[in-house]
Design a protein around this ligand. Structure first.
Ligand code: SF4
Ligand code: SF4
Length: 433
């Protein structure tokens, strides 16, 4: 993981393996924040990386990877507890039930709990919050779901004025981890250092949301593992546990969270939208910024296309997963299994709101004064005028404008643009000849 160019940029948990990278520039072209440069035939993450994983998907050589918890480190703890994204339930075909999968997972990690049930509790809390807000607030709509860590980072660094729209509840994975941690602590079964709580996830951004949380002073989770990293091992144990233990507790709504539209499907009536995929996410955030969606109450954003089933750390194709998920929702019903009165009590006691930071994280304001920034921009325009605007990426920057910025910032040489270089040489030959 590395630091960005400026001190206030976040660390990131995506890395590029030099040995596998052949400098093809596909990752650079895919990056929505223009964080990648290719220099000397190797890709490097240089700017604001939001851990979206687009580069992982784009790389044909498998050179880009998300950094996750080392599995052996997780297993070395005397007591390891694992929660999983409901996406896991979509990875083993339509005949395998969520409980079969949790029992198999228990063979690998000993202690597991059903995250989908906490998703349903979160839905109830969201309903309460929206109802309260309808009565008190006329502005500041829509609220934005706090679930996708990539969207949260995108907002923090590109749309900081929308940070206040993010629903101020703690995400279900953190609530569940907090409660497990409290129970173990109260029961004095293990010392804190003897147990580890991990999240099994399709998401390349889960590690950064745990190590550098935006909303909490520190995460209740110890780390994250990719579903694709433990998939084969879980598969070996499917159907091998004949006990009658029931770990899966949710209805179809908690499972539905695995794909776009699942979170809002668990809310009672209201004006909601579900938006997925990076281009659409950016487009709709821009619309909110322009005040065009003030009639909407809640937007469920997921950076991955089709939602978390499209995450870069899944094991099966997102459309196969979607089919399985739809079947599971039909089987378990479009309903929540949570006890409403218990959820209401928890909400009133601040269970979902506690520990939430309210300050806005630093955003990419840069370190230049206004006059320096204007001068820099003038130099960028000068260099940009010299460029061919072919947007080819051969220079190793994502586009001609970013290349002009890199030249002005001393990170690239004008001659790195081969088209400019040969044109410049021709001009010199004509002048000298
Ligand atoms: S993870 Fe996303 S933001 Fe970070 S370098 Fe890759 S494509 Fe860019
Ligand atoms: S959509 Fe899901 S998997 Fe993708 S970045 Fe967001 S939380 Fe992670």
């Amino acid at each position: 993981m590395g630091k960005g160019r400026e001190n206030n940029l976040p660390t990131h948990y995506v890395q590029i393996d030099d040995k596998l990278c052949n400098g093809c520039v596909l990752c650079m072209k895919a990056c929505p924040t223009k964080a990648i440069r290719v220099r000397n035939g190797k890709a490097r993450i240089r700017g604001v990386c939001i851990d979206c994983g687009e580069c992982i998907r784009a790389c044909p050589r498998g050179a880009v990877k998300a950094i996750t918890t080392v599995q052996d480190a997780a297993r070395m703890k005397p007591y390891t507890i694992l929660s999983s994204s409901p996406v896991l339930y979509t990875q083993f075909g339509e005949e395998v039930t969520p409980n079969d999968i949790l029992l198999a997972l228990r063979k690998v990690f000993r202690h597991v709990y059903d995250q989908a049930y906490v998703n349903e509790l979160f839905n109830v809390a969201t309903e309460f919050y929206i109802r309260e807000r309808r009565e008190t607030e006329e502005e500041g709509w829509p609220l934005i779901s706090p679930i996708c860590p990539v969207v949260n980072r995108l907002i923090a660094y590109r749309f900081p004025q929308l940070f206040k729209n993010i629903l101020p509840l703690i995400p279900p994975r953190e609530i569940a981890a907090r409660e497990v941690r409290r129970r173990l602590y109260c029961e004095s079964v293990f010392k804190t250092e003897e147990f580890g709580i991990y999240h099994l996830s399709p998401c390349s951004a889960k590690m950064i949301s745990i190590k550098e949380p935006l909303f909490l002073n520190s995460s209740y989770l110890d780390g994250a593992l990719g579903i694709n990293e433990v998939y084969e091992e879980i598969k070996k144990f499917i159907g091998k546990d004949n006990s009658n233990i029931m770990i899966h507790r949710s209805g179809g709504v908690g499972i539905w969270w695995g794909m776009s539209g699942g979170e809002i499907a668990g809310l009672d009536s209201g004006k909601y939208l579900a938006v997925s995929g990076m281009p659409e996410t950016i487009k709709y955030l821009e619309m909110i910024e322009m005040g065009l969606l003030g009639n909407i109450e809640y937007v469920e954003f997921r950076a991955c296309s089709e939602g978390c089933i499209g995450g870069p750390m899944t094991a099966v194709d997102k459309y196969e997963a979607k089919h399985v998920l739809q079947k599971l929702v039909r089987t378990y019903g479009v309903r929540k299994k949570v006890d409403y009165s218990q959820a209401r009590k928890a909400y009133r006691e601040g269970w979902f709101l506690a520990d939430r930071k309210t300050d806005i994280p630093p955003h990419r304001s840069g370190t230049l004064s206004i006059s320096e920034a204007i001068q820099r921009q003038e130099r960028v325009e000068e260099v940009y005028r010299l460029l061919p605007k072919k947007e080819c990426g051969i220079c190793g920057s994502p586009d001609c404008r970013t290349f002009a910025e890199d030249v002005v910032d001393g990170e690239a040489d004008l001659d790195d643009c081969p088209i400019h270089k040969s044109r410049d040489r021709k001009v010199k030959i004509v002048h000298e000849g």
